[in-house]
Write a protein that binds this ligand. Sequence first.
Ligand SMILES: *Cc1c(COP(=O)(O)O)cnc(C)c1O
Length: 399
Amino acid sequence: MPDIAFDQWQLMYEQYFQDTFGSPRLCLEKGEGCYLWDSEGNKYLDMLAGIAVNALGYAHPAIVHAIEKQAEKLTHVSNYFTTPAQISLGRTLTRIFENSGYSYVKSFLCNSGTEANEAALKLARLFKPGGIILALDHSFHGRTMGALAATGKETIREPFEPLPAGVEFCAATREDLQRACARLGDRLGAIICEPIQGEAGVIPLEAGFLSDARDYADRAGALLIIDEVQTGMGRTGQWLASASGVDPVKADVITLAKGLGAGVPIGAMVVCSPQADVFSPGLHGTTFGGNPLACAVSNAGLGEIEKLLPHVRSVSSALIEGLTSRGYRVRGRGLLLGVEVENAPHIVSQLLKKGVIANAPRENTVRLAPPLIITHEQVEEFLHVWDHLGEEKERGLHV
Ligand SMILES: *Cc1c(COP(=O)(O)O)cnc(C)c1O
């Protein structure tokens, strides 16, 4: 079977595709549970889950079944029509939000995280024309022009300026938020933030930040938009990171994607306060968003995730305990963790050589975001590999 060597795959990739992601490190052929196999038959323990996407790992029976069953009926209609699959997902999302304390829940379905944030930013414009959108330094909201305008990483934003205007940034601290909101006064139109900044290196917001943001938004008649694209739908051991933890708040808008589809592309912009429900026909739309295939898979995935939430908290504790007892500092919650090391890219490539997939969102952080189905045995398996990185790991040891 492995008659095409990896460097051949790599050459073909470089021939056929633009260089947006750098050269691929593996050509992956199949997966099962938390494991992946590359084109040469090597097996990997997946501690990244396609960047917090594959909540149920690979080839999960419930997902395979949902894809087959829905593909036999309909994969796409148009948004002139609805489908039972779409209604089922809408009902599930509303129920999940109600269980998290919301009473008004209406979704707009799209295909990705950046699209969910585009929808939220357009909604904010409509809600308060001329209002300034306040975003955070080091934030990540996506790569399209609108979401990029609210993304606080200069290296990815600046080459594409001018971007949509009316966005300002402040540091992700209560102090700086207070200053920025005082300066903007009634000009504040919306605050957009992630409960844990994933792409910045798994950096949780300071305790009290979200409640402050809620207060300032209320005082200025502005929206609080919480980007739970990475943290939402069970990743932190709760449905929503912002509705749980030390500083639970209610947002006006929550954006979702990544784990929402258990491996199929889908996003959602969920309006969760009546005053924020300002779209009317013709103002926003999508061709593919809300298609029955993605909806059926997402709905099946959420049904499985619901049963896994206590498990996520329990394996998370074991993973955090395993790493902290070895002297590492760990940030994040549930199965979205950042481990502090000295040379994360090096550790990540050492892990890959030993059959473990992770990534380095920044120089001093290894991100772990495994499938939510990861078992205690697989956590042990990971820690065993971590312990045997040898000399490389010693050099990476931070504390
Ligand atoms: C990944 C991510 C996005 C962008 O999602 P895409 O599906 O890549 O467009 C937006 N916000 C956050 C917090 C993310 O982690």
